[in-house]
Design a protein around this ligand. Sequence first.
Ligand code: 13P
Ligand code: SF4
Length: 324
Amino acid sequence: MKDSWIKKGFVDEPVDSQINLANRIRDLVKEKNAVILAHYYQDADIQDIADFVGDSLDLSRKAAETEADIILFAGVHFMAETAKILSPGKKVLIPDQMAGCSLADSCPPEAFAVFRNEHPDHIVVTYVNTSAAIKALSDVCCTSTNALKIIQHIPEGQKIIFAPDRNLGNYLNSLTGREMLVWDGACHVHEEFSLEKILLLKSEYPDAKVICHPECVKPIRIVSDFIGSTSALLEFSKTDSGTTYIVATESGILHQMKKANPHKLFIPAPPKDSTCACNDCKFMKLHNLKKIYNTLKFEWPEVSVPEDIRQLAEVPIRRMLDWS
Ligand code: 13P
Ligand code: SF4
């Protein structure tokens, strides 16, 4: 690979503007026995060429069971890392290495190890939005889809540390009354929704229901009609009898909501400090079709996890899959 690619974190090679990128990507997928897994927060054109689109729990299950030789992960780094941890014999590719996660970054392993050692009688539950090094320090992982189930699986009276998302942790405390010790981390996207702008939209669309991800701050959760993981929000949009929704999570999910409900109206909840109407994850949105094409063609950038960390990190992820 070239030095310029390493510096940029992706394959920066020109692509003939005449070719149909979507078709060429699908040809490469077949040729190389690859599979493209995409998170709901990807752009619509990426979701449409993927073999499977899902939330972080669905994607980790798919990564564990795929027969493909290559997994191309159109999501953020911790998701691709989880795929590598579960399928160490496969080549795991990510179209842009800079696709990190502000929530995962808010929990550095050195500081977390100190925190954990200060509370040796606590079981450690971590949201999958963490690095492999944090998972290696954990007893069980969870995603926003199964977090409640995982906490309820732990015997009453057992003390719990929950990391890294303070909003999801506080929401779970309010549902379970467990008073878990919650790490003070957060996601830059879900903390940014503007309550004032959401209330303004509510007055414009009085019949609209507000639906939000549990990573949102408490005032947003309080005004919401439904709170759930990405896949739970999508499911709600299909089964609920309403017709208009203000959606407080990353705007990529609106693609599947609109596809499944062509006659309903979905309005992205706006962020505070921006003139933009919707709130994008700048990491998720680093990927595009050109990068995916070049990644499959040159089989780079590849995600790797040191074997000692991988073995430790696999235990809490497998435990999560067993418990959910
Ligand atoms: P899901 O667990 O709903 O896929 O959420 C992942 C995520 O990154 C939320 O910001
Ligand atoms: Fe991480 Fe937030 Fe982006 Fe999800 S939306 S990947 S939690 S930064």
